[in-house]
Design a protein around this ligand. Structure first.
Ligand code: ZN
Ligand code: FE
Length: 255
């Protein structure tokens, strides 16, 4: 299996997974880069996985489905380009001979889902849309901080070697914030240098992996003393774990 991030718009990735013949794509906000990749690689599109309703994730779905007959999977609770197969935990999307387990991850949007495959060529694979980013997390457009924290906790409980395919190249700007709120974290400084070098060569910083994210992502580390202290410096009223998480997210919004 090959996993390829197709750049779209300014900072989106449309993930393409293929076995040399059949392909699936995740969150195709634009059909054009997908059509180009399919024709260049000689692939047939078998499935489209959608994580949430935002147009930068759904805009190309109808054109791709109409042209290829691909089966579309998406969340139960959101407005979607019909027709599609609607899923919620513990449903699974079966395609390319793989089984993608659905995880409900409300927060960025109310019905956001993620797709987890326990093994693709020896390691787990996660398509998490705009929930977990490398060194960051999605904005809370429709959900509460408590929901997003619970969603990230579910993702953080996946195996260390889970490859994390998120939908935006936000890593460097996320790292700026992470360094500000977690300045003594040596792993973070190392990863920042690595990510800077990748972006300087115009290479993606993704997929990330869960072991790394647990070490460097402030939104997976919001129960660590250093992050609690930073959150309280921003908002002294942040006492319990949800309000600490909320304070970090709010700070990032205005960073
Ligand atoms: Zn979104
Ligand atoms: Fe998005």
């Amino acid at each position: 299996m090959k996993i390829i991030p197709l750049p779209a718009f300014t900072d989106n990735y449309i993930w393409l997974l293929h076995d040399g013949q059949q392909a699936l794509v995740v969150d195709p906000g634009d059909a054009q880069p997908v059509f180009e990749a399919l024709s260049k690689l000689g692939l047939q599109l078998a499935a489209i996985l959608v994580t949430h309703h935002h147009p930068d994730h759904t805009g190309g779905v109808a054109a791709l489905r109409d042209a290829t007959g691909a089966q579309v999977f998406g969340p139960v609770g959101e407005t979607m380009p019909e027709p599609l197969t609607r899923l919620q935990a513990p449903d699974a999307a079966k395609c390319l001979g793989l089984r993608f387990e659905v995880i409900d991850v409300p927060g960025h949007t109310a019905g956001h889902i993620a797709y987890f495959c326990p093994e693709v060529d020896g390691a787990p694979l996660l398509f998490c849309g705009d929930t977990l980013f490398s060194a960051g997390c999605g904005r809370l457009f429709e959900g509460t901080p408590a929901q997003m924290l619970a969603s990230l906790d579910q993702l953080a409980a996946l195996p260390d070697n889970t490859r994390i395919c998120c939908t935006h190249e936000y890593t460097l700007s996320n790292l700026k914030f992470a360094l500000a709120v977690d300045p003594a974290n040596a792993d973070l400084a190392l990863y920042n240098a690595h990510a800077q070098a990748l972006r300087a060569q115009d290479l993606p910083t993704l997929p990330s992996n869960l072991l790394l994210e647990r070490q460097i992502n402030p939104f997976l580390r919001s129960r660590e003393p250093a992050l609690i202290a930073s959150a309280r410096a921003f908002d002294a009223s942040a006492q319990d774990e949800v309000s600490v998480f909320a304070a970090l997210r709010q700070w990032k919004n205005q960073f």
